[in-house]
Design a protein around this ligand. Sequence first.
Ligand code: FDA
Length: 393
Amino acid sequence: MKHHDVIIIGAGAAGLMCAATAGYRGRDVLVLDNAKQAGRKILISGGGRCNFTNQKVEPHQFICGNPHFVKSALARYRPSDFIELVERHGIEYHERDHGQLFCNDSAKDIVTMLMTECEWAGVKVKLRTDILSVNKVDNGFVLTTSNGELSCQSLVVATGGLSMPKLGATPYGYKLAEQFGLTVLPTSAGLVPFTWHAEQKARFEALSGIAVPATITAQDGTQFSEALLFTHRGLSGPAILQISNYWRAGEAISINLFPGEDALEKIELALKNHPKQSLRNTLSHWLPKRLVEALFEEAQLDKALNQLGHGEREQLAQRLNDWSIIMNGTEGYRTAEVTLGGVDTNELSSKTMEAKNVPGLYFIGEVMDVSGWLGGFNFQWAWASGVAAGLAV
Ligand code: FDA
């Protein structure tokens, strides 16, 4: 049976980062993956350009059952550390809104960089390998794989979340955690578009393709101001993806179509300046006409502003500043960027990612109950947690 100091299951973002870090420390590292290609999620990320980190990463941008858990790893491996690595490999990048950093050319550059780092660090990567069983022995673990039996002193689980099953996402990491007595918190799709109820679909489907700036508020008060996109199936765009991390089934979201503005004040001013202008024309100066027509009744839109009573104007303004809507659900793991929930961080060391009750067993990246906002935060968590474990294994 071939022995390695460290075996990492999962050649994704966290696994490859952990492997290179441990390899540079002189550890004999083997990475196993059942896919035929390493880093498949990285390749499709950020629309093929990989939003690999964010200029400003803070703990509150992560959702985790234990909000303090992420602090240590994020403080020890910062965006500037990853940017330095990217620059050392000559990868050109650019900054978009909200500090998001993307490759100029292709996400492939990031995978090539990680694989090169692994090679330089002496790491072996074995793809197309199924893990059939894992057992704890006195001084480590024995793995039965489709390529034979292997043993290791430290085992790192970096199998990712459940999003995008067609890219090979599996619940294997959760099963392994449960096998070793760790709690797995309930999982659900995160950073995911919402879907309409049937009657909403009939009313709003025609708005597909319209994008407007909006502030969206979840029931717990969390708020994001970014673009809102209407689709055939429901609502999407950055504002919706962000709020989906804070939404629970059956809860309403509030959409403010006039972010930072008081709709009533605008309507009152329009009434003063153009009392005979129709409501339709007034609102169509501020919002796409099709959206205005879907939000309000024909008869109301045909009225002149001076035909609307004060109560009616207040109601209109309320709809524009605080459109409360209960969506049917989400598009689920099929299109989700991340998985909420996962291996309970209360059972892991925040410094090393090692299971407190199973010495030598580590969990990193998305398999754990840590999910970041949209904008490069999930990769930063993969890098930071990978490095934390890589320094300890
Ligand atoms: P990751 O999913 O990267 O890797 C897990 C690995 O484990 C895979 O190689 C898989 O094959 C392997 N594996 C799974 N089950 C196995 C088994 N049973 N046996 C062996 N191997 C197994 N984030 C961000 O910060 N910026 C962005 O631009 C994007 N964009 C983006 C787009 C899309 C479409 C998606 C779906 C996701 C993103 N993300 C993102 C999220 C980001 O991709 C994600 O958070 C990280 O890839 C998580 O890294 P991990 O290493 O934990 O899992």
